[in-house]
Design a protein around this ligand. Structure first.
Ligand SMILES: Nc1ncnc2c1ncn2[C@@H]1O[C@H](COP(=O)(O)OP(=O)(O)OP(=O)(O)O)[C@@H](O)[C@H]1O
Length: 281
């Protein structure tokens, strides 16, 4: 089911064009990544889709409803993880979630379930200002998913976190995807996007310059069409991906000499640099 639809959105602040002709669609159970450098317009687009900001022109729909007409009931199907966590620092993890559960009239057993889900069970009585950055982020995600939203927006969910915590968050997002949640995330991290996202849009100065599955984008820019074979004697063979080289590869396989084969496709990060001349920071 198409759960988010954005059509030809334009937005300026004073004279400054921030978004130009943005169109995207996201289905249930899909992870969509909006990638772009700082100031590209990512948060502005989330604010428009979630009905917190009005576009100058164009339309956006969430669950087939215009973003500007979302009701209180509609918001119970949306989870938000934005850059300002908005946690109560002097309350425990449990009590932060309890407040939220009361607002949403959720059964209190949901709190223990969700704390387990984000691996914070042992810290349920810890006061928020004693948590690490990664633990706080997992608590924010717990709060955003406790009411089992159909759509989850995450603005830079793993920014500044260590690899192990990021991995835990990635696993969590993949579990939610399996359950059918649509996930809209923004990130500067191209590796994260390649790993998680079904589709990504590369946003540069408010315009989408690529919009597709990460592997399709990378293969589109793979002008070299080469592969790198590492053999067991630690020799690297860079060969063109064409039929004249099939026998060479076959012989290596027959001799059980291959240690690894990689395509020499560019990463999403390389594609972004190729298209814009800028690094994604
Ligand atoms: N309320 C506002 N008034 C004026 N300018 C704004 C406003 N909100 C955002 N901007 C400008 O719009 C541009 C895009 O901002 P936005 O926060 O959407 O970028 P971003 O891609 O989310 O950046 P980051 O990755 O740093 O969070 C920036 O130049 C920002 O200064």
């Amino acid at each position: 089911m198409e759960i988010i639809k954005v059509e030809n959105i334009y937005k300026s602040f004073s004279q400054k064009k921030v978004l130009t002709d943005i169109s995207i669609q996201i289905q249930s159970g899909e992870i969509f990544g909006l990638l772009g450098p700082s100031g590209a317009g990512k948060t502005t687009l989330i604010n428009i889709i979630t009905g917190q900001l009005e576009a100058d022109s164009g339309q956006s729909y969430v669950m087939q409803k215009n973003s500007l007409q979302l009701s209180k009931e509609d918001y119970t199907h949306i989870g938000l993880v934005l850059d300002k966590p908005g946690l109560y620092d002097r309350l425990t993890c449990y009590d932060n979630l309890l407040l939220y559960a009361s607002i949403y009239h959720l059964d209190h057993h949901k709190i223990d379930d969700v704390l387990k889900h984000v691996h914070l069970c042992n810290d349920k009585k810890t006061i928020v200002n004693q948590l690490s950055k990664g633990m706080k982020q997992r608590l924010v995600i717990a709060r955003a998913i406790m009411h089992e939203p159909q759509i989850l927006f995450l603005d830079e969910p793993t920014s500044g976190l260590d690899p192990a915590t990021s991995l835990k968050i990635h696993e969590l997002l993949l579990q939610l995807k399996k359950k059918g949640t649509a996930i809209f995330l923004t990130t500067h991290n191209m590796e994260e996007a390649s790993l998680l996202c079904d589709k990504v849009a590369l946003l540069n100065e408010g315009q989408i310059i690529e919009y597709d599955r990460p592997e399709n984008i990378c293969s589109r820019y793979n002008q070299l069409n080469k592969m790198v074979i590492m053999t067991k004697d630690n020799q690297e063979h860079i060969i063109e991906n064409k039929k004249e080289n099939a026998q060479f590869v076959y012989d290596l396989i027959a001799l059980e000499q291959i240690k690894s084969i990689h395509s020499s496709e560019p990463t999403l990060g390389n594609v972004f640099i190729t298209l814009t001349g800028k690094e994604l920071v």
